[in-house]
Design a protein around this ligand. Structure first.
Ligand code: FE2
Length: 329
């Protein structure tokens, strides 16, 4: 049995997971940085990671009931993400690997979102829709890599949602009881005209954001603005996903990333799945958001295929694209 410890620190979450190859999740410890106001401040987030990392690490070992001696390898998310945040996880992982003489495994955070989704849902060869605060991509495996078949041309879907509700004065907090402020506010709203943008296989949200805020300034009701912005944003994503499955001949869709926890978005994809006779897989909300388990699990897959990196060469890559990573499974 192989045991891998994974460290996540790409954005607002410092997480440590320990998994075995049965597969079994032995530990899932997390700390989340919550900004007092506004968006994530990378250096503030990184400082809070430094303060909380020892506690989170200890908690992970306690949950798993193992010591570091039983761990076969240390996996770490080296990107993509925010530099100061990434460097906290990378520094800790390098130190643990070097001091305890464990192999170090470089994990791409985006690939990890997909792999934890596949592991937990049983999706075999899906079209993955990866949606979070920092990413919006339609992805499918082709040969030995994940390929991007569509992505946002500007801001990510989650970032668009957060910024909109913040500018409307509805947040933070962005998510309460698993429901995003945008979904909550949209209830009872009616449609007002907003620009719908899809270019080829790519989506775009920055023009929509500007137009939605302008509509609000010009007197549109806040629930109408939220409803319409959500409708346009989600529909454009479903459109490119639908074309993706049609073109690639896939029979499964897998939703991963923080925005996959939006029940309303899931409903929209469920309608598409029924209409197109597809199997829809949605990563459980707990693992839709960033966590150390997904890094540990992907690290385990890489470890089994002999992928390791020397600690001195394990540098963070803020813009590490998932389509530049070889996947051997
Ligand atoms: Fe993420």
């Amino acid at each position: 049995m192989a045991l891998v410890l994974g460290i996540e620190s790409t954005a607002h979450t410092f997480g440590v997971g320990i998994v075995s190859d049965e597969p079994r999740i032995l530990a899932d410890a997390r700390f989340s940085y919550v900004p007092e106001k506004g968006g994530i401040h990378p250096r503030e987030a990184a400082d809070s990671f430094v303060k909380n990392a020892p506690r989170v690490l200890r908690e992970a070992f306690d949950q798993a009931g193992v010591s570091i001696d039983s761990v076969d390898a240390i996996a770490v998310a080296l990107g993509p993400g925010m530099g100061p945040c990434l460097r906290v996880g990378a520094t800790i992982a390098r130190a643990l690997a070097a001091y305890y003489g464990k192999p170090l495994i470089p994990v791409n955070h985006a690939v990890a979102h997909i792999e934890i989704g596949r592991m937990l849902t049983g999706a075999a060869d899906p079209l993955a829709v990866y949606i979070s605060g920092g990413n919006t991509a339609i992805v499918a495996k082709h040969g030995s890599r994940y390929r991007v078949f569509g992505e946002t041309l500007d801001v990510a879907l989650g970032n668009f949602m957060d910024t909109l509700v913040r500018e409307l004065g509805l947040a933070p907090p962005y998510v309460v009881g698993g429901v995003h402020a945008l979904d909550r506010c949209a209830e009872g709203g009616k449609y007002v005209e907003l620009p719908y943008v899809v270019k080829g296989q790519d989506t775009s949200y920055s023009g929509l954001l500007t137009a939605a805020l302008k509509a609000f300034k010009n007197g549109a009701r806040v629930e109408d603005v939220c409803f319409s912005a959500r409708e346009v944003a989600y529909s454009s994503l479903v459109e490119v996903a639908e074309r993706g499955v049609a073109q690639l001949g896939k029979s499964e869709i897998l939703l991963v990333g923080g925005v996959a926890a939006s029940r309303y978005l899931v409903e929209k994809f469920r309608a598409l799945a029924e209409y197109r006779n597809l199997r829809l897989h949605v990563v459980p909300p707990k693992y839709a958001v960033d966590n150390g388990v997904m890094i540990a699990w992907t690290g385990l897959l890489l470890f089994k295929h002999g992928v390791t990196v020397e600690p001195e060469r394990a540098v963070v890559k803020q813009r590490w694209r998932l389509d530049s990573v070889d996947v051997y499974w």
